[in-house]
Design a protein around this ligand. Sequence first.
Ligand code: HEM
Length: 210
Amino acid sequence: MLHRLHRLSALLISLYIVFHLANHLAALGGVEAHIRFMDGYRNVYRNWLVEPLLLTCVLFQVASGITFIIRRRGRRHGFFDRAQAASGAYLAFFLLFHLGAVLYGRHFQGLDTNFYFAAAGLQVGAYPAFFMPYYALAVLAYFTHLACGLRWLLRRRLPPQALDRAATGTMALGLLLAVTIVATFSGALYPVHLPAEYCLGDCAPGSPVR
Ligand code: HEM
């Protein structure tokens, strides 16, 4: 029963994440393109019904995922079985930290948690040393977790070699997306002019930070 609810909740969260990652890829077309995309789908998820449902699903996902990790401690065998637990543990840490930061930024700092909010952590002072691996691992962990879950669900329908190849391909796609998104937000593709309120007290307002 708990496994079934974990999968159902994963499906709902994934609906958000597909748009979320597509939104981050839209930044390849510039900061304005990212902000326009985000303004569009915020209309769908930022309301009294959808956002609390999404946040509840995330909390349930973290709690049920940690329960599965503890229950099967020391009884995992093989690369994909272990990768599923490791990626799940990282996602649990990331999601709590990420949502905490976004909600704190929005409600206590009064910030619009848009492109600049994430870019600040990836460009100002020493913060990138933490935020680069933090975001890159999150995208990779999401795809790894998805790959391992699908591999298990399809285990009776496909031969082992095809399962392994599909899972490895999904993880490689995750790595590619992770590097692309982090590079874009880090200012590797075009200079980013951070507005003063996002500067974390460490850069001249409006100046490119690289
Ligand atoms: C490079 C990677 C990422 C960046 C730069 C990023 C950045 C952001 C930003 C700026 C927001 C605020 C959105 C808004 O104000 O409407 C947000 C929200 C959110 N992110 Fe991410 N994110 C990343 C990856 C992820 C991943 C991998 C997940 C899940 C596995 C995730 C889950 C969420 C969720 C659930 C919210 C919604 C919080 C709310 O209710 O407002 N993010 N993210």
